[in-house]
Design a protein around this ligand. Structure first.
Ligand SMILES: Nc1ncnc2c1ncn2[C@@H]1O[C@H](COP(=O)(O)OP(=O)(O)OP(=O)(O)O)[C@@H](O)[C@H]1O
Ligand SMILES: CC(C)(CO)[C@@H](O)C(=O)NCCC(=O)O
Length: 319
């Protein structure tokens, strides 16, 4: 294959430039129409046709082949065992910093993957729902550590994934509201045997920190993934995206009197930028450096974004 592999043969990854990766779309059977793009722009209006067809369409084809191969392997086991087992969802994990675009990537893939006939039902959960409720975070004095490993109920997330992978017909996931900045006590997301489940969150490739100290056998979130993706970008770009998003939220969601951050709605442009910068520096940049970035090379695929969220490089783990 004419990719950059030869330059870096000891890397566990095959590296593709944007051009090398996008060339692969010519062997992708599905194409996109303007109408498909319009629908995808419901996810993000700044999403360009080129970005979807050059990057996400080939990625959906790769995943389609992987899902198909896993489904065949699963059928082979059942034939051998002479039984008809429950359908087990293929699970894809998506990791990366706050504001790097994990949920946008997840929603684009959800839309594209659901167009393939052998896996039409694609569900999406975010690990936000597995944050401890504010009452617990307050009690533990970690309200300013939202997104850090200690802010998540990892046992609950592992139980959820284990139930999904055991073929349970109905599995409930808790729901987080960015409006109230807390877990919703009166809502649950129901997962009913999708063909694919995408699990998106900054912590999905993390292993407990004390693992080196107590190497007892443990189960990690990523043990349940059939495939994982890390969305990567320079910190400078991510912090700009965070600040930009904060400015948009000030004009939209924060205006709602029910918003936990309603007080930010009245900030001037300059104050909003300064507030977003402070939150970024104190919380999200620290989390990125210490807890998220170190998980990057556990991913099966790394999407490296440049300015304006344009993917510049793709790295695919060699099998
Ligand atoms: N492919 C893209 N093209 C253009 N803009 C994008 C793209 N992906 C994300 N964005 C923008 O970047 C910002 C962050 O995206 P998103 O909310 O998807 O990030 P996230 O990683 O899920 O964040 P969080 O961890 O805070 O939930 C948003 O303002 C979004 O509109
Ligand atoms: C809920 C998380 C942790 C992850 O999505 C994040 O959006 C968050 O709220 N972080 C805390 C700091 C901040 O408000 O950006």
């Amino acid at each position: 294959m004419n990719t950059s592999t030869s330059k870096n043969s000891i890397s566990p990854y095959i590296r593709f430039t944007r051009e090398e990766w996008s060339d692969l779309r010519t062997i992708t059977p599905l194409t996109l129409t303007e109408e498909d793009l319009e629908n995808l722009q419901g996810i993000n209006e700044r999403l360009s046709f080129d970005e979807v067809s050059d990057i996400y369409l080939p990625l959906s084809r790769l995943l389609n082949l992987y899902v198909q191969a896993t489904q065949e392997l699963y059928n082979a086991t059942n034939t051998f065992l002479g039984k008809h087992a429950e359908k087990v969802p293929y699970i894809i994990g998506i990791a990366g910093s706050v504001a790097v675009g994990k949920s946008t990537t997840a929603r684009i893939l959800q839309a594209l993957l659901s167009r393939w006939p052998n896996h039409p039902k694609v569900d999406l959960v975010t690990t936000d729902g597995f944050l401890f409720p504010n009452a617990i975070l307050e009690q533990r004095g970690i309200m300013k550590r939202k997104g850090f490993p200690e802010s998540y109920d990892i046992k609950r997330l592992i139980r959820f994934l284990s139930d999904v992978k055991s073929g349970s017909r109905k599995v409930m996931a808790p729901v987080y509201s960015h409006l109230s900045y807390d877990i919703l006590t009166d809502q649950m997301q129901v997962i009913e045997q999708p063909d694919i489940l995408i699990v998106e969150g900054l912590n999905v490739l993390q292993i407990p920190k004390d693992e080196q100290l107590r190497p007892a056998p443990r189960v990690f979130v990523s043990d349940f993934f059939d495939f994982s993706i890390y969305v990567d970008a320079d910190e400078k770009n991510i912090s700009n995206w965070y600040i930009e998003r904060f400015k948009v939220l000030r004009e939209t969601a924060f205006k709602n009197p029910k918003s936990y951050f309603h007080r930010y709605a009245s900030l001037t442009d300059e104050q909003a930028v300064n507030t977003a910068k402070e939150i970024w520096q104190e919380i999200n940049a620290v989390n990125l450096q210490y807890n998220i970035l170190p998980t990057r090379f556990r991913a099966d695929l790394i999407l490296e974004k440049g300015l304006k969220h344009r993917v510049q490089k793709v790295m695919l783990r060699k099998l």
